[in-house]
Design a protein around this ligand. Sequence first.
Ligand code: F6P
Length: 352
Amino acid sequence: MKIGFLTSGGDCQGLNAALRGVAKTLFGAVPYVEIYGIQDGFAGLIDCNWRKMEQHEFSGILREGGTILGTSRQPFKTIRNFDDSKNTDRLTTMVRNYHKEYFDALVILGGNGTHKTAYALSQYGINIVTLPKTIDNDLYGTDYSFGFNSAVSKATDVLDTLHSTAASHGRIFVCELMGHKAGWVALYAGIAGGADVILIPEIPYSVDSVLEVIDKRNQSGKNFSIIAIAEGAITCEEAQQPKSERRVGDISPGMQLVRVLDEKLNQDVRLTIPGHFQRGGDPTPSDRVFCSRLGAMAGELVLQRKFGYMVALQGLSIGAVPLSEVAGKLKTVPLDSEILKQTRLLGISLGD
Ligand code: F6P
């Protein structure tokens, strides 16, 4: 069996742990398996940039951040672009290269964009098994994606750390967290890190409501507040506008909120943006276990020649979801979810 591995899209913690899990399962079960590492995601499949990997190369990487294969973003909307040098579109090039190399299957680790491309490739008859990777946790079909737990842990560290300096100075801290169009990272880290206000894209916020929280805290003798804001958060006013008109220039949601609070409050307001810090470093033990389980399941699917699936967490079990059910769908925080109800019960404001 000749299997190509590739990691695609933004990196996250746990990619190596997951690759190791698949490799261990395949090498352990079949003596004649060959694994090829495709470099830098779909770019490597387009440019035939791959190499045969030895079993030992998957050792000692369980806790390593990043990806030993490299990664790149190849937006789905560009995969049908015509490539002059190859005299065809990129999707066709990938299909051709797969057959030219006599691959039996591809194991693809990626998030939303990656799954659209993986599904398109599978529709061209390519044997594919995917693993759900993204700190944003916005992949449909799995309860969690790997990287999320590690990113939440990093973001929580930041919020924890801000508490002491916020309290010493009696300041308001706005901490802008990643998550793309979903509020999962801000919500989980906000709860774990004791934020007073959590602003997520799913719930447009009102500045007055945020000011009210700060005022109430000040009146009760707590002269500092911590606000966790997702990078995709929007105000109620913005929610009424067409998307193209929502934010002027390069002002991030966190910066925008800080400017408004600064104007309205007689109190210091500071902004912290941990950015890619949330995606770097070691995976948490929980992600290492999760990635290893997903990897084992992905390996098993390959061995069973059960293709066209994403391995996924379903309750307490690792299952498999058809790519057709995953591709092109976004999993945002449901407005009627228990976690939002509980967040409110805990007295955390969601800014509405
Ligand atoms: O999808 C993961 C993610 O980290 C998002 O949370 C964020 O919006 C984006 O990637 C950042 O992308 P880049 O690494 O290309 O700057």
